[in-house]
Write a protein that binds this ligand. Structure first.
Ligand code: TXA
Ligand code: MG
Length: 317
């Protein structure tokens, strides 16, 4: 299997592969996804095998527009319609009661399904040409760093996917924000590419479940997740880190003073949006290369900082 550029001809080939029951890695605005025909249970089963993902962790279904998305739901509360109108296409996933047509393997047997419309031309074209929704988790091995480039996908999944469509680095860089509803009230299941503040401006105060609430969290919201292959330690400032030839430093905006084997800076402007876009790329670059520990600086918790801090906390041992 090769990485191919996401040209119109290659997107057509990839769509044909999906229609035949194949598995294709493709770009979205958040991270690369590993997709299959959402209505083909065997094809979806291959996604779990390739990722080594446990079957109890459901997939997100990708639609090319709100119309295709709505057919996957049984019913849609008014505030969910508002969110769709405001944020689709974009990094927002809605979890709502599922239509009977959605296979159990996609939802891991849950009565709800997670759906989003990605804001990426290649992804939208792929879904359109596949003639139906595409189930796709992030295209990484289970529990490991999410891919923001095609080569990140190749590094972890090797020859697993039939095709990897390459469209360069993703623009948002962290996964979608996941929202569900309880008694008509919006609930945050995962912080992501759309800031909580923006969602609250549209539908009012979000309920944010306590960290260890089993019931009110995405089944895949395991404590340790999004982890690099080496140990990661969160620090408030450089004072919390021990420099050395086997240590790496992930700074928010200013380079550290100490000597480290490798340093990455999320955003020299101190911009949280830019920091989110660079997060996984920086972590991919720091893992390996003789590094034993990555010290990661805390970032401000507002805006996209919430999603960044969520991923960094889960990456800790
Ligand atoms: O940005 C994204 O969302 C990316 C791109 C590829 O679209 N996808 C992604 O998928 O991050 P994945 O599988 O890595 O994360 C999906 C999360 C999991 O934590 C899963 O448990 C949760 O969504 N999820 C899926 N269906 C759910 C449901 N019915 N109820 C609650 N959580 C659900
Ligand atoms: Mg994932």
């Amino acid at each position: 299997m090769k990485i191919v550029k996401a040209t119109p001809a290659n997107i057509r080939k990839a769509a044909a592969a999906i229609r035949r029951g194949g598995v294709v890695a493709f770009p979205t605005e958040t991270v690369y996804g590993l997709g299959a025909d959402a209505f083909n249970p065997e094809a979806c089963a291959r996604i779990f095998e390739i990722k080594k993902r446990p079957r109890f962790d459901p997939l997100i279904v990708h639609a090319c527009d709100a119309r295709m998305a709505k057919e996957l739901f049984l019913k849609i509360p008014e505030p969910a319609l508002k969110l769709m109108r405001k944020f689709w296409p974009g990094p927002l996933t809605l979890v709502l009661p599922k239509a009977a047509t959605v296979p159990d393997i996609v939802t891991a047997g849950l009565g709800t399904v997670a759906v989003r419309v990605p804001a990426h031309p290649a992804a939208l074209k792929l879904i359109k040409l596949s003639k139906g929704p595409i189930a796709a988790p992030s295209a990484n091995l289970f529990g490991r760093l999410s891919p923001t480039t095609a080569s990140h996908v190749k590094k972890q999944l090797g020859n697993g996917p039939d095709i990897i469509l390459d469209s360069g680095k993703t623009s948002v860089g962290v996964e979608s924000t996941i929202i569900t509803f309880m008694g008509g009230k919006p609930v945050l299941l995962r912080a992501g590419g759309i800031a909580v503040e923006e969602i609250e401006a549209t539908v009012g105060k979000l309920f944010i479940p306590a960290k260890n609430s089993q019931k009110l969290s995405a089944p895949g919201g395991f404590k340790k997740h999004y982890a690099p292959a080496v140990k990661l330690k969160l620090v408030n400032t450089e004072k919390g880190a021990i420099p050395g030839p086997r240590a790496a430093y992930l700074a928010f905006s200013k380079p550290p003073f100490g000597k480290y084997k490798k340093v990455e800076i999320l955003s020299s402007k101190g911009d949280l949006r830019e920091a989110a876009a660079n997060l996984f790329k920086c972590l991919h670059s720091l893992e390996g290369k003789g590094i034993r520990v990555i010290y990661a600086e805390r970032v401000p918790g507002h805006g996209l900082g919430r999603a960044i801090m969520d991923r960094l906390k889960r990456a800790q041992y």
